[in-house]
Design a protein around this ligand. Structure first.
Ligand SMILES: Cc1ncc(C[n+]2csc(CCOP(=O)(O)OP(=O)(O)O)c2C)c(N)n1
Length: 334
């Protein structure tokens, strides 16, 4: 049984509930068209997200993927600018130009996410190389899916991180599917962690529905990285409750049979809630946390709704490359 740390456990619980509540609300708003575009949610995966992020220091780096509203929340991000970004508003973390699949919040070390599967791993390796060259002890945690582990960037990133002993933790969120493809049908090994052998780095499998188990295993990997001993590959076995994404149409539905009900019985939030009550944390206190989170998500939605869209003149702000002269606003042309 893991050592009980009241402050840590309460924060893990708060962040997991923040992710679930944020995701459920974002999904509802996207389904009714208030949030534009495809929206990938991580409900069901909160245990591995928060367990891993809590093993980091606030000044450590974190890189996500296309399913990454939860990752910055796990790292401690404020909800208002995240929700505003989903709405495409000027007050969003990327000033409304990134949307759901391009959230970056440097204030909490979240270096960002992109829709290109496997693209986060080289970015994480670059951040870790930066720490090494600067001689500081900041580590980088990189989240990616089982599908991304079949991309070429996985091999290149783990190989480079291994030969240069870089301070990076590769956290594979094995939720059983790459979009709608069962992971077992596109992998020649039973576990993503088995691939660590090929790079002579530690590979570990953890129960992704157990936030504390993930926290403890990732903490070991973080300590190793900070000591300069190099990367670790951690595979969290988890599950996502929703189909691939909201607003992509029926072609992305998964035929899951009884699987969903089985995984819901091991819901990471419900399991952890029961464990906290066992550890003598009052039910009323947990209910208070849940009410506070519900209020802060509602507040974030109101903030997003009432924020302005970016102006036409801002179209080329915050982007790399030459600023091209803007023609007269099409809106002004009438
Ligand atoms: C390079 C690339 N190939 C394919 C896609 C289409 N695509 C988007 S998400 C996805 C599945 C990714 O699976 P996984 O990494 O396991 O993450 P999950 O969505 O299951 O969380 C695919 C194939 C893409 N966006 N980028």
């Amino acid at each position: 049984m893991a050592h009980f740390d009241g402050e840590l456990w309460r924060e893990i619980y708060r962040r997991m509930v923040r992710i679930r509540t944020f995701e459920d609300e974002a999904s509802r708003l996207a389904s009714k068209g208030e949030i534009p575009g495809a929206l990938h949610t991580a409900a069901g995966q909160e245990g591995e997200i928060v367990g891993a992020c809590m093993a980091l220091r606030p000044d450590d780096y974190m890189v996500g993927n296309h399913r990454s509203h939860g990752h910055p929340i796990g790292k401690g991000a404020a909800l208002r600018p995240l929700m505003a970004e989903l709405f495409g508003k000027q007050t969003g973390v990327c000033h409304g130009k990134g949307g759901s699949m391009h959230l970056a919040d440097f204030s909490v070390g979240s270096l960002g996410e992109t829709s290109i599967v496997g693209s986060g791993m080289p970015v994480a390796v670059g951040a870790a190389l930066g720490s090494k060259l600067k001689g500081n002890d900041r580590v980088t945690l990189c989240f990616f899916g089982d599908g991304a582990s079949n991309e070429g960037t996985f091999h290149e990133s783990l190989n480079l991180a291994a030969i240069w002993s870089l301070p990076v933790i590769f956290l594979c969120e094995n939720n059983g599917y790459g979009a709608t493809t069962p992971a077992s049908t596109v992998m020649s090994v039973a576990n993503v962690a088995d691939r660590a052998k090929a790079y002579a780095i530690p590979g570990a499998i953890v129960d992704g529905q157990d936030a504390i188990a993930v926290y403890e295993r990732v903490l070991q990997a973080v300590d190793r990285a900070r000591r300069g001993e190099g990367p670790t590959l951690v595979e969290a076995k988890t599950y996502r409750y929703a189909d691939h994404a909201v607003n992509l149409g029926p072609g992305f539905a998964i035929d899951r049979g009884h699987e969903l009900a089985q995984w819901r019985r091991r819901d990471p939030i419900a399991l952890f809630r029961a464990r906290m009550i066992e550890a003598a944390i009052e039910e009323e206190e947990l209910a208070r946390i849940e009410a506070e989170v519900a209020a802060s998500v509602a507040d974030a939605v109101e903030f997003a709704r009432s924020s302005p869209f970016p102006s036409y003149e801002e179209a080329f702000d915050d982007v790399f490359g030459e600023r091209v002269p803007l023609p007269q606003s099409p809106l002004a042309c009438g």
